[in-house]
Design a protein around this ligand. Sequence first.
Ligand code: RP5
Length: 169
Amino acid sequence: MSEAAAESSAPQVGIVMGSDSDWPVMEAAAEALDEFAVPYEVDVVSAHRMPHEMIAYGEQAAGRGLKAVIAGAGGAAHLPGMLASVTPLPVIGVPVPLKYLDGMDSLLSIVQMPAGVPVATVSVGGARNAGLLAARILAAHDAELRARMEEFQASLREQAAEKGRRLRA
Ligand code: RP5
């Protein structure tokens, strides 16, 4: 593989989660990135069960060429915030809903970050928007990706307008 080809297929976004049990929710982030042909990597990096590996992941993410990190966790969901504390990359947090508390525990654990350590928190279970937000972050410096995002937004507008037309008919 040429250097240019290797570079274009290198992961741009890291999707990490506290457990493989988060994957059914987090998969939607990967699907969104697939739709925009953004290369990504996926891994389990538990803040509580493998803290040293989690810190190493955060510290090395930018140096490995990632441009954004999507981190999902449930319950006492410290993964996104801890990663944001050790990487300069934008971190998007996905509150994963568990069996109890309707995901409110995950949401509040992720969203209430202290000033200086931002995490862009999406809605409970909102992994698709996390993928789309990561694509938008990359699109800020990629005209082709931005054009694809604009096309996607136009398709959303058209779908919504079509629903109105059907109701009015
Ligand atoms: C969190 O604990 C994980 O992010 C997951 O949402 C939750 C439960 O993990 P498992 O017990 O299913 O591995 O750290």
